[in-house]
Design a protein around this ligand. Structure first.
Ligand code: LLP
Length: 422
């Protein structure tokens, strides 16, 4: 993980000592590095130098207003999937004209909200949605800019829950239906066709699925344009993986060098491009800090019980995902490491953060769960009435609290005791 290093046996993110942040704000605590996010963005920009490209950060990965503000200031757009995400973009100062709206289940109210805000494009996922969007836009005397999400039927070879480009999942329109769907879109009064998009999955660590998807998309662009419908932009979605545990995804610039080569070879080199990266911009910019509560030796397993749990960081419980776990102070010298399952206080056997980890720790000491910038805080819940952790954004030696710790009374603020309405 870039920007993360030990100095005098103490773990730092940029120039901030993580143990100091944990002491100041308590644990569990999320900490994100500005420099890591900017570096990740720079890799895409290098790959796209001299091209017409809009990077739309897939904010579901980490919707913190502070993170959105950072990308908005860098000129990024946003890929959103709900009216709530649109509200966040606007609250963070994002440009609605650079927003694209994905998702299979947009409501009429969300469509109206997005049209009022003047978003750049609706990525439509079904024929039924096209009809509804046209109706909603017509009623507002508007024409909604649309792109149709195509399911290119390529195997991203990633976890089945996060693979989205194969036949048989709920996303996009089948390759064979694409032309007919574009013809319908072009005929509807409330729509204006502007592009085509796809997204084949997440945590993809090879170039081939992206190249295959591109080829299939270009075949479709050729067919649609031959039918007289202009495609102004091609959106290739997100999905580039990060290194969690020795994974070796291509660098963004290396991947895009190959994709642009194919685009040029097929005569589409000057076409406007869009991408929707999420994880690859933020995943390795974050850590989750947690305190060891108890060490519990067992006959079959030793447990290291920490104060962060599956509600704070659900990826291990949900996907058996691997996140490296390291001590904030390296005290291994003179201690015998023990192999632990690192688990949280939630009352589920699935509540674990790491399995079979060799650690030399004692209660009261602090650990960092790494690669926790994407889909960690974002997917957190308050299960077991556990309030959400605070978040800190660091830049050099400056650290700013960008989300305070939720209070327990926040959790039941909207609840009422029945029978006490008088
Ligand atoms: N565009 C669309 C339409 C998407 O559905 C997604 C992610 C992205 C872009 C961004 O993909 P990324 O660049 O982050 O791979 N919770 C799972 C990942 C779910 C991804 C959902 N869609 C996880 O923790 O691994």
């Amino acid at each position: 993980q870039p920007q993360l290093h030990y100095r005098n046996q103490s773990l730092y993110l940029e120039d901030c000592r993580l143990a100091d942040l944990a002491r100041e704000h308590g644990t569990p605590l999320y900490v994100y590095s500005t420099a890591s996010m900017l570096e990740a963005l720079a890799a895409y920009r290098r790959g796209f130098a001299g091209r017409r490209v809009q990077i739309c950060y897939a904010m579901k990965a980490n919707p913190s207003l502070a993170v959105l503000q950072l990308f908005a200031r860098e000129g990024c757009g946003f890929d959103i999937v709900s009216g709530g995400e649109l509200a966040r973009v606007l609250a963070a100062g994002g440009d609605p004209a650079r927003v694209i709206f994905s998702g299979v289940g947009k409501t009429r109210a969300e469509m109206r909200q997005a049209l009022e805000a003047g978003i750049g494009c609706f990525n439509v996922e079904s024929e039924a949605e096209l009809e509804v969007l046209s109706e909603v836009a017509s009623a507002m005397s508007l024409r909604a800019p649309v792109s149709i999400r195509v399911n290119p039927n390529v195997d991203a070879r990633t976890h089945p829950y996060i693979s989205t480009g194969l036949k048989g999942n709920k996303f996009g329109i089948a390759h064979e239906r694409t032309l007919a769907t574009y013809q319908r879109a072009a005929a509807l009064p409330g729509l204006r066709v502007v592009g085509i998009d796809c997204h084949i999955g997440s945590q993809i660590t090879e170039k081939t699925p992206f190249l295959d998807a591109l080829e299939r998309m270009l075949d479709l662009v050729a067919a649609i344009e031959a039918a007289g419908i202009a495609i102004h932009h091609i959106d290739l979605g997100g999905g580039l993986g990060i290194n969690y545990n020795g994974d070796e995804p291509p660098a963004a610039d290396a991947l895009w060098a190959r994709l642009l080569e194919r685009l040029d070879a097929r005569g589409y080199g000057d076409r406007r491009l869009m991408i929707e990266p999420g994880r690859s911009l933020v995943g390795n910019a974050g850590v989750c800090l947690t305190e060891v509560l108890y060490c519990k030796p067992g006959e079959q397993k030793n447990f290291c019980i920490v104060d962060a749990a599956m509600n704070d960081l659900p990826r291990p419980a949900m996907y058996q995902a691997y996140h490296a776990i390291v001590p904030l102070e390296d005290r291994a010298e003179g201690r015998e490491p023990v192999v632990y399952d690192v688990v949280g206080p939630v009352c589920e056997s699935g509540d674990w953060l790491g399995r079979d980890r060799s650690l030399a720790v004692q209660p009261g000491e602090l650990l960092a769960v790494l690669s926790a910038g994407a889909y960690c805080s974002a997917m957190g819940s308050t299960y077991n009435s556990r309030a959400r952790p605070p978040e800190v954004l660091v830049s050099g030696s400056a650290a700013q609290l960008v989300r305070t710790r939720e209070s327990v009374s926040d959790l039941f603020r909207n609840e009422r005791l029945p029978g006490n309405n008088a």
